[in-house]
Design a protein around this ligand. Sequence first.
Ligand code: VGL
Ligand code: ZN
Length: 238
Amino acid sequence: MHATTRRTLLKALSGAAALAATGRSFGAAKITPDARSALIVVDVQNCFVTGGTLPVKGGEEVVPVINKLAVGFQNIVVTQDWHTPGHASFASTHQGKKPFETTKLSYGTQVLWPDHCVQGTDDAALHKGLLLPTAQIIIRKGFHKEMDSYSAFDEADHKTATGLAGYLKARGIKTLYITGLATDFCVAWTAMDARKAGFEVYVIEDATRAIDLNGSLAAAWKSMSAKGVKRIQSSDLA
Ligand code: VGL
Ligand code: ZN
């Protein structure tokens, strides 16, 4: 075989291997969400974008990506981080603590955040650019003053349910496509709890942005992968 031909062939093969490693094969048909699929839009709120109280770098960039994805879904669930004033996850609630430090609460280690997403404030409102007229339910979470809830399914004690799993099951939904903010906190915890609840779960990477606190983004992808969460791009959907 001619050396150039062989090089080209090897290059093509390694490309195919790289694609296979992502779980999507070369030339695979695009995913078409069906009646048993739902798009989950996590915490795309003013608090988590530029100008908000806990801004995620580039957070607002997910908005056009999510709007475009939403057109292809028959079922859409929106979540909002929805804290009481003086919430246990706020550094300001704990004497001598600063944002991004940790503390021990009854359910384990809690990262302490700046005051954010307080119920009823403009900071907690959904981003104005989100165009989700067909969204069917908004799940608010983190409203128990003494307990955080990154996950849209289970609060931080891993016992208290938000009711989302029951809602989705009652509606016959089997497959979830998760987007929003932040990849390494509320998106990751939602994705992993969704697996625990028995759903097939995809995270659409380019429809998320991360906080990335002390390597939390890489750790989150590793944990999600170990639980069978699939990592895809918005271009993988029809
Ligand atoms: C979130 C930190 C604190 C999130 C919520 O939506 O990822 N992160 N509260
Ligand atoms: Zn929060």
